[in-house]
Design a protein around this ligand. Structure first.
Ligand SMILES: [Zn+2]
Length: 118
């Protein structure tokens, strides 16, 4: 990759943003669990409880996605440290810089990503 410095900064910035999001969502989820503790919020027959359970499930899935993204970025940063960053993990070809700029955590080229369905 020609502009390593730029991509390293992109990775670091993305990682910081992802870590912040994980912390914020985990905090929200914690507060939601605290707030519903001691009430019958888990009662699916209670309309309000069902809403809270739904919101909690949504928050939990947002948190899981953010954690996944953080893990992807950590792996990308690890590859960068080993000098394998920017190389497709499936076919070994260089990942186009445009793709890396759009998705700094990308571990595969577009062809392989399409083959794998992601
Ligand atoms: Zn590939």
């Amino acid at each position: 990759v020609d502009d390593d410095g730029v991509l390293d900064r992109l990775l670091a910035a993305d990682r910081a943003a992802a870590a912040e999001l994980v912390a914020a969502l985990a905090g929200d989820l914690d507060r939601m669990i605290q707030a519903s503790a001691g009430t019958n919020a888990d009662d699916e027959h209670d309309p309000e409880g069902a809403t809270i359970a739904f919101e909690r499930a949504q928050l939990a899935s947002l948190l899981a996605a953010a954690q996944q993204r953080l893990a992807d970025l950590d792996r990308a940063i690890g590859r960068s440290a080993h000098g394998s960053y920017g190389r497709c993990q499936a076919c070994g070809r260089p990942i186009p810089a445009d793709r890396l700029r759009a998705r700094p955590a990308a571990a595969t080229c577009l062809d392989c990503a399409a083959t794998r369905g992601r």
